[in-house]
Design a protein around this ligand. Structure first.
Ligand code: KG4
Ligand code: ZN
Length: 402
């Protein structure tokens, strides 16, 4: 995917022996977190600094791209300095700089890319371009590697976050690929990402942004079977055109915009708008609302709705992922991305995988959501393969992982 290291325009291309310290500085700025981390040999996290912009965007109920870029500009230098200081290393100790170049918000990505390019150029170190989705998969591989384990191939990875819901077949690179991991997209959402649905439904119910964690903590107080949400079979016109393309099979497609509309219809049909507005205003009055504050402001009907929504979304993710695993003869499962922090998701996936004797791995909670340790870890095989970025590296908001 990335340009050949032989190109004379690779940033900081070096002719001397490849690794001296094994230290990679990772930089991540694809959405609303400015993050930097130092990881050694792709398996030892020396530092992992994240400047969250949640407070900035919470006022608007979602990420405002222009504000995200401005916050990244403000944060990038102090965050990188903090990552180096926490790791106890200097710029000169680094073997390479790795940066997310997509997918994500164009302006936000550009802040990280421009900074990383300048740094690599000034230091004469290689720059490595990392796909954000590959980063989420490597969040799990990083933690496995630090425990001297690695999932058995073929691996099925569910990347489920605010911007993405994708299934990938992931394969540890062989000699032919220069050791760089290979991915094949075998499932995707046709509309909203699962995390987007969590956030939008939470907003519809007057809960703070981002809504996923709020739904997670409130769902156990409701009855998950109270509102029977159904997922219709997805029809796709691509099916015939793209025969052989697993990701085009309706069985491997997700759709989460329908359930969001179903929640809205429920709110309208049950006259919940006034109580939702009262909840929104009451929660806005708290500097940092606690779970008990939110729970006290939710009646049992709302808690049932929250529990039923989460039960339905997790169930759909689970059914389709397991079906894909069976169809593809998978040996191990990875579930990663912000929504992988969800407790019901973790416990139901773990239970079902266990009944099938299918090894399953999640990132720690700290590495489930966006971070730069996963970017530095994903860069390591590319560093060894001398898969360095060119001077012309640009933001790719819709970059696919393949
Ligand atoms: O991976 P991430 O930090 O950013 C993207 O790459 O999109 O994921 C953020 C998403 C948000 O939609 C957030 O609501 C969701 O992950 N999320 C959760 C939980 N924690 C974060 N969703 C459900 N339950 C959680 N505990
Ligand atoms: Zn992400």
């Amino acid at each position: 995917m990335n340009p050949s290291p032989e190109s004379s325009s690779s940033i900081g291309r070096r002719s001397e022996s490849i690794a001296s310290t094994g230290l990679v500085l990772g930089i991540e700025s694809s959405c609303d977190e400015t993050a930097a981390a130092v990881v050694r040999y792709g398996r030892e996290t020396l530092s992992n600094i994240i400047a969250s912009q949640i407070a900035t965007h919470a006022l608007f109920g979602g990420v405002v791209p222009e504000l995200a870029s401005r916050e990244h500009l403000r944060n990038i230098v102090p965050v990188v300095r903090a990552a180096l200081a926490a790791a106890g290393v200097g710029f000169r100790d680094l073997d390479a700089i790795a940066v997310t170049h997509g997918p994500g918000l164009a302006g936000a990505l550009l802040v990280g890319i421009t900074y990383a390019k300048s740094l690599a150029y000034a230091l004469g170190k290689p720059l490595i371009a990392v796909n954000h989705l590959e980063g989420h998969i490597h969040a799990v591989l990083l933690e496995h590697a630090s425990q001297q384990q690695s999932p058995t191939s073929p691996i099925l990875a569910l990347v489920v976050s605010g911007g993405h819901t994708h299934l990938y077949l992931a394969d540890c690179g062989d000699e032919a690929s220069g050791g760089v991991w290979q991915y094949r997209n075998v499932g995707r959402t046709v509309d909203d990402a699962a995390g987007e649905a969590f956030d939008k439904v939470a907003k519809l119910l007057g809960l703070p942004y981002p809504g996923g964690p709020w739904i997670d903590v409130l769902a156990p107080f409701g009855d998950p079977k109270a509102v029977p949400f159904a997922f219709a079979q997805i029809k796709t016109k691509h099916r015939a055109q793209r025969a052989g393309d697993l990701a085009a099979s309706p069985k491997m497609l997700f759709s989460f915009s329908g359930i969001k509309t179903a929640v809205l219809r429920y709110i309208e049909a049950h006259d919940l708008k006034a109580s939702i507005e009262a909840r929104r205003l009451a929660l806005a009055a708290f500097a940092t609302p606690k779970v008990d504050d939110a729970r006290a402001l939710c009646d049992s009907q709302t808690l049932n709705l929250i529990a039923s929504f989460q039960y339905a979304v997790v169930g759909d993710l689970l059914r389709k992922t397991l079906r894909a695993a069976e169809t593809l003869g998978i040996q191990s499962l990875i579930v990663t991305g912000g929504v992988a922090a969800n407790r019901e998701l973790r416990s139901r996936f773990a239970a079902e995988a266990s009944t099938r004797s299918l090894p399953i791995a999640f990132p720690s909670l700290a590495l489930s959501t966006d971070n730069a340790a996963m970017i530095a870890a994903a860069a390591w095989p590319r560093f060894l393969a001398k898969d360095f970025a060119l001077n012309s590296l640009n933001a790719e908001p819709s970059l696919p992982l393949q």
